[in-house]
Design a binder for this molecule. Structure first.
Ligand code: ZN
Length: 431
């Protein structure tokens, strides 16, 4: 874009600043210079008419799997950036369960450098809690944070040993960072591949009991309460975990939590006839769990939406259900899926959904992103909230297509993503 760009006539939805009106937005270089009902453009300003579109802070993703290094057949940092830009994201946190595991300052810098070459989208590597994600010896949190790690997590695996997790949370308390927790007791999960319920029994598949998630969420929440270390519970999937977090928060534990678009909209029934695009961890649960997750997000027990974007190359997902890997992609579809399910139906306002995808996840990781502040980086997304479309592979940006919503009719879609004043993805006047 030009040095100065004026976006006129958009419906600006900026929940953290209580903006919800037709406004003009002036971008000067890489920052937001002015937001007002009418902005007089200085000479030489490039003006774009965005009437009919929603303009919001670009989204913030705190839980994605970028797969590089080691899993480039499924995703690269560049393709993940493309997926993020198509989904409206300016900031993406990448989990460390790559090959090798991101457990060294060198590994952290590798991800940052690759991302800078690839895209204006900001990629923040998350470093592992334990060396090699072995669950045994803590990594050097201080050195990893100094190198640029945005948080710490062994996501994909739990930190099985409670003593190791307690020590990790004590370090997190000292350093003021957050640990993102994949809550799963592997001794309960065993060889389970889907929720332990009637559908697993019908399909003859080994089930994952609901206790597997809740017992670790409660255990680690108690450790956070005891140590003062900040704990963020990833991908909450059951009513039991919701109740555990509600109780922990009532006790003042420094705990936050996220929920994924798929757990908000799908249940175990989606597995249907062994559809591997409905195989994920934690597994899709029952309708009463789904309802509890929606209510918990609405009442603040859950803090934000995160996708757990987990690309797997087509060959991997084409295997038998019990052999296929867990996970689906989500960056490109998060807004559309949630908008269709909850905003189009009148349950949520657009502002609620945008808050859960912008400044709320940003606060979890201690940042002030996801807000249209004057003088802040010009990170914004243009949304066509009324567009009705059928989701096709053309809407995706990932190298992988493991998406359960392909072929479904959705309403509302990001049409441009601007990061630091640069167009990361754009259609129409933003192309
Ligand atoms: Zn996980």
């Amino acid at each position: 874009m030009n040095t100065r760009t004026l976006i006129t006539g958009a419906h600006v939805v900026d929940p953290s600043n209580n903006r919800d009106a037709i406004l003009d937005v002036l971008i000067d270089g890489d920052t937001i210079a002015q937001i007002a009902p009418v902005v007089e453009a200085p000479p030489g300003t490039n003006t774009i008419d965005a009437s009919g579109l929603v303009l919001a802070p670009a989204f913030v993703e705190i839980h994605a799997h970028l797969r590089e290094p080691g899993g480039e057949a499924s995703e690269t940092i560049a393709s993940a950036c493309h997926a993020a830009a198509k989904g409206g994201y300016a900031h993406v946190f990448g989990m460390p369960n790559t090959t090798p595991v991101c457990d060294s300052p060198m590994g952290v810098r590798y991800v940052i450098d690759r991302a800078r070459e690839a895209s204006p989208v900001h990629i923040h590597p998350i470093a592992s809690v334990t060396a090699g994600m072995s669950g045994e010896r803590l990594t050097d949190f201080h050195a990893l944070l100094e190198a640029g790690a945005g948080a710490l997590s062994d996501d994909g695996l739990p930190v099985a040993d409670a003593g190791v997790m307690r020590l990790a949370l004590r370090c997190a308390a000292d350093l003021g960072c957050v640990i993102l927790d994949h809550c799963e007791d592997m001794s309960l999960t065993g060889d389970g591949v889907m929720h332990d319920g009637p559908h697993a029994h019908r399909l003859g598949l080994p089930g994952i009991p609901r206790s597997s998630e809740a017992v670790i969420a409660l255990r680690d929440g108690l450790l956070a309460l005891e140590t003062g270390g900040r704990l963020h519970v990833c991908h909450v999937s059951t009513i039991d975990t919701v109740e555990a977090i509600r109780w922990l928060k009532s006790r003042g534990a420094p705990v936050t939590a996220e929920v994924s678009p798929h757990h908000l909209t799908l249940t175990e029934a989606r597995v249907g006839d062994y559809d591997t695009h409905a195989k994920m961890k934690p597994p899709l649960c029952e309708e009463r769990d789904r309802v509890a997750l929606i209510e918990a997000l609405e009442d603040g027990t859950l803090d934000c939406i995160a996708t757990d974007h987990a690309p797997h190359a087509p060959g991997l997902k084409a295997q038998l259900f019990d052999r296929a890997p867990f996970g689906i992609i989500g960056l490109e579809t998060a807004f559309s899926v949630c908008h269709t399910a909850f905003v189009e139906t009148g349950r949520w306002t657009l502002g609620q959904l945008i808050a859960w995808m912008t400044h709320k996840p940003s606060e979890v990781v201690g940042q002030r992103w996801g807000r249209l502040d004057i003088g802040a980086p010009a990170d914004l997304v243009l949304l066509d909230a009324s567009e009705r479309f059928t989701l096709t592979q053309g809407h995706l940006g990932s190298k992988s297509v493991n998406c359960p919503w392909l072929g479904e009719d959705l309403v509302g879609r990001p049409v441009a993503t601007i990061v630091g004043g640069r167009v990361a993805y754009g259609e129409g006047a933003f192309a």
